[in-house]
Write a protein that binds this ligand. Structure first.
Ligand SMILES: [Zn+2]
Length: 135
């Protein structure tokens, strides 16, 4: 029963749930949906626990949650170089076998850091995040 149409968690892709504050768990079935929506609450991911702040109106928390999922803010997952390599000359975030993280690029099977070729063993990479929006 999901009357809120919550987007999936932007971080782990799992289901999220509305939680109410100041509302006993036993009263959920008793209170009408309209009344419930006017209560304070937040949205929380059931798996990774990321959540919105508490809003006086749960509908605002729901809007926030769904907006965030739609705004292109998604979890950055490491991609194994065994699975996929970045495009040539695409600057990406890379992680070495020693768990050091850099930004670098792959040019014809060689990793480059600041235009210098580089011999560390890169195990994972991910696209660069988007720059901040606006001023
Ligand atoms: Zn999550």
């Amino acid at each position: 029963m999901d009357e809120y149409e919550l987007e999936l968690c932007p971080f782990c892709g799992n289901k999220a749930q509305v939680r109410y504050t100041g509302c006993g768990s036993g009263s959920h079935g008793y209170t009408s949906n309209i009344l419930m929506r006017s209560k304070a609450g937040f949205v929380i991911c059931l798996k990774c626990g990321c959540r919105t702040p508490i809003h006086n109106k749960v509908s605002r928390a729901i809007n926030k949650w769904n907006m965030r999922a739609d705004s292109g803010v998604t979890a950055q997952e490491w991609i194994s170089v065994k699975d996929r390599l970045p495009k040539n000359n695409e600057i990406v975030i890379i992680c070495t076998d020693k768990n050091f993280i850099y930004a670098g690029e792959l040019i014809r099977d060689t990793w480059f850091l600041d235009n210098d070729s580089w011999t560390a063993t890169v195990t994972h990479w991910m696209p660069l995040p988007q720059p901040p929006k606006g001023e």
